[in-house]
Structures are given as structure tokens and as C-alpha cells.
Write a new protein. Structure first.
Length: 389
């Protein structure tokens, strides 16, 4: 029996992790839950999974949550605020913490979990992208494991099992191509939020669905792969694979290529991040390659989707620039979702802010430098917006 805590329990990653716990009550037990919104769902989760501790982001929602819970047959600790979320992350005998919070808001709770000696099932890629230079040394210092739960990185991690040190030559990240993969570039200027939220293969939270449509998600995943597997940016490629059946590949020194395949279902990478090195039997539908029919591949279009190159550039520069790129993206995506900017403004704003940062970077930033860069970039996006409108 493994005890786990879930940050972002009401989101896409959180609810799918709870589906796994529901299906495997002999293997997993929930110790802590944390969420930002959706109190009704959180209350249901508390009643069903009986965690020892629960945190919500906003203090003013604590009494509503208590009301929704009514008279429980046990007494969980209920807390609120960002310190409360960190408390859940470090709490009790949980062995693993699933990071399903969206955005850089996941950074401090992830650090709390690491400092408390918890292994991390890492879905919240923004944490590693922005905080890589401080998170990785902490992982080392506290001797914890960082298990990728992002489907591409899980695929790479699965392929790497049994590959000797220095055996890896290259990573090939697959990308579905997002909502607009078949739309001509001239039409991108007028796409709506509703169009962008229609992902062809995956059902995910809003922010990552927009990131998939701009292909920034793949750019962020390049940086994530660099930090997770220590591979040079020159050795991380992207290939568009519209069927999302191959979740990524690795090329070995002798040119052998290994791939991991499966339906587009996040439960598998989440399960492996929690069960590693074991393989747990599930009754999920087996992959049927005949039903899939064909697997196709094409080159990514960097003109249509400039975000990938922006991410490669930020990753190569390192230091705080990935944090700036990530925060500018978060802010720009939030503005797009609020219908305050157009789809094509997203890469424009990110590029402007990243360019403006040049000359201020630090090679080995502290946590304060990273948080400062994140806040600076968000403000810069809002400033640039005034120029745009
Ligand atoms: P989501 O929007 O569906 O869920 C986010 C969760 O975080 C919700 O429970 C929300 O209440 C909570 N939250 C938001 N801000 C918070 C805060 N400040 N404090 C505490 N809780 C907060 O997002 P998602 O799609 O589940 O994505 C979560 C993370 O996983 C993202 O980093 C995303 O990039 C990554 N990821 C998701 C998928 C997927 O299939 N959904 C796949 C790969 C990676
Ligand atoms: Mg992914």
C-alpha cells in the first residue's frame, strides 16, 4: 500500500489520479488533497477518499467547504492559503506527491514536498521549467525521485529502463499538433477561445489545451526533457504525430529507436509514476493497432508555431529565462482565455518579454531570482498589452 497526496485534486490530472486510487484501493491510499477551486467536487472527494489533511487556495472559501462537508464521520485537518497547500505537500507519511496544480503556483508546494523527502509524480511541468536550477539540486540533496507523469516524459522514462549510462543519443518528442494543426496559418489570427479549447486527442485543463494549440506545450516539454534526462537541446527533436499513439521515442547510440505506445490516456503515465518499478494490472482497453490503422509523422512548422523556437532559445540560455518564458506564457494564455488578446498575440507577447529580459539573466539563479523573474515577466506582459491595445 502506497500513501499519496494530490495537489490540484479537482483538475484533470487530480481527478484521473483519484480514478486510479478508486480502481486500486489495495495499492494506493490518499493522505492529503489540495485544490484551488471547485469546492463541491473537493467536498465529494473528501467524503469518498477520507484524506487526513485538505487545503484550499483561498482562505475565504474555508467556511463554505466546511458547510459542504456537514457532519463527517471523521475529522480531517482543513486549512487554506498557499502555506496550507505547502503543508499538504509536506504532510505525514505520504510517500509520493502528485503535482497536478497548473502553472508556477506549483513551484513552492513541490519544493515543500521534496524537502519533506517525498517522491514527486510530476505533472506540473511549469515547476521544473521555471525552477529547474533550484529544484534539481534539492532532488539530489533530499534523495527523492522525480517521476515524470507528462505522457511524453513518461514514455521516455519507460523506454530508458534497461538502457545503460551514456546509451542515450537523442530524444524524439511527439506532438499531436493541437487544435489548429490542419488550419492554414492565415486563419490563425481570427481563431476563438472556443476553437482553441477543442483538442483533437486529449481532454485536459484549459491552460495546457491552449499551450497545445500554440505548440508552446511542446516547447515547454523540450525544457522539461532537458532537465529530467540531462540531454542537450541539440539532441531533443520534435515530430508531429497526429494520432498520439506513440508518446515519444529515444534513439540510442547504435541508432536503435525505442518507442512507447498506448491510447491517449493520462492514467497510464500517472499510474507508472506511482507504481514504478512495478507494473500494476489494469482492465483498461488494450491498444489495438489494427483499429488505429496508421501512424504518421511530419515536421513541425516553426513559422506557424514560433513558440517552440522561443522555448529552445530560452532553454539554451538557461538561468531565469525559462522562468520568464513560462510566466509570460501563463499571463498571455490567461489574457487569451479572457478574450483580451488574439491567439497570435500569445507568441508575440512572449517574444517581446523574453527579448526585454536579455542582459538581466543569471547563470545560477536562486529561488528568489526565479520568483522575481516570474513576477517581472507577468508585469511586462501586462505593460506590453497597453501598447498592443
Ligand atoms: P486543471 O486546470 O484541470 O487543474 C488544475 C488544478 O490545480 C485544479 O484542481 C485547480 O483547482 C488547482 N489549482 C490551480 N491553481 C492553484 C493554486 N494556486 N493552488 C492550489 N491549487 C490550484 O489542469 P490540468 O490539466 O490537470 O494540469 C495540471 C498540470 O499538469 C499542469 O501543469 C499541466 O501542464 C500538467 N499536465 C496535464 C496534463 C493533462 O492531461 N491534463 C497532461 C500533462 C501535463
Ligand atoms: Mg505532454
Amino acid at each position: 500500500m502506497k500513501s499519496i497526496s494530490i495537489l490540484g485534486s479537482t483538475g484533470s490530472i487530480g481527478t484521473q489520479t483519484l480514478d486510479i486510487v478508486r480502481e486500486h484501493p489495495q495499492q494506493f491510499r490518499v493522505v492529503g488533497l489540495a485544490a484551488g477551486s471547485n469546492l463541491t467536487l473537493l467536498a465529494q472527494q473528501i467524503k469518498e477518499f477520507k484524506p487526513e489533511i485538505v487545503a484550499i487556495r483561498d482562505q475565504e472559501n474555508l467556511s463554505s467547504l466546511k458547510n459542504l462537508l456537514g457532519n463527517l464521520d471523521y475529522k480531517p485537518t482543513l486549512i487554506a492559503g498557499s502555506e496550507g497547500i505547502c503543508e499538504v505537500a509536506r504532510y505525514g507519511d505520504a510517500q509520493s506527491v502528485v503535482t497536478g496544480i497548473v502553472g508556477c503556483a506549483g513551484l513552492l508546494p513541490t519544493i515543500s514536498a521534496i524537502e519533506a523527502g517525498k517522491d514527486i509524480a510530476l505533472a506540473n511541468k511549469e515547476t521544473l521549467i521555471a525552477g529547474g536550477p533550484v529544484v534539481l539540486p534539492l532532488v539530489e540533496k533530499y534523495g527523492v525521485k522525480l517521476f515524470p507523469a507528462d505522457s511524453e516524459h513518461s514514455a521516455i522514462f519507460q523506454c530508458l529502463q534497461g538502457v545503460p549510462d551514456k546509451g542515450l543519443r537523442k530524444i524524439i518528442l511527439t506532438a499531436s499538433g493541437g487544435s489548429f494543426r490542419d488550419l492554414p496559418v492565415e486563419k490563425l489570427a481570427s481563431v476563438t477561445v472556443k476553437d482553441a479549447l477543442k483538442h483533437p486527442n486529449w481532454s485536459m485543463g484549459q491552460k495546457i489545451t491552449i499551450d497545445s494549440a500554440t505548440l508552446m506545450n511542446k516547447g515547454l516539454e523540450v525544457i522539461e526533457a532537458h532537465y529530467l534526462f540531462g540531454v542537450d537541446y541539440d539532441d531533443i527533436d520534435i515530430v508531429i504525430h497526429p494520432q498520439s499513439i506513440i508518446h515519444s521515442m529515444i534513439e540510442l547510440q547504435d541508432t536503435s529507436v525505442l518507442a512507447q505506445l498506448g491510447w491517449a490516456d493520462m492514467r497510464l503515465p500517472l499510474l507508472y509514476a506511482l507504481s514504478y518499478p512495478d507494473r500494476i494490472y489494469t482492465n483498461w482497453e488494450s491498444l489495438d493497432l489494427v483499429k488505429v490503422g496508421s501512424l504518421t509523422f511530419r515536421e513541425p512548422d516553426h513559422k506557424k508555431y514560433p513558440c517552440m523556437q522561443l522555448a529552445y532559445h530560452a532553454g539554451r540560455e538557461g538561468g531565469c529565462l525559462p522562468a520568464v518564458l513560462n510566466a509570460a506564457n501563463e499571463q498571455a494564455v490567461a489574457l487569451f482565455l479572457e478574450e483580451k488578446i488574439s491567439f497570435l498575440d500569445i507568441p508575440r507577447l512572449i517574444e517581446t518579454v523574453c527579448d526585454r529580459f536579455s542582459g538581466q539573466n543569471k547563470t545560477t539563479p536562486t529561488l528568489d531570482d526565479i520568483i522575481g523573474a516570474d513576477q517581472w515577466a507577468r508585469k511586462q506582459v501586462l505593460e506590453s498589452l497597453k501598447v498592443l491595445v
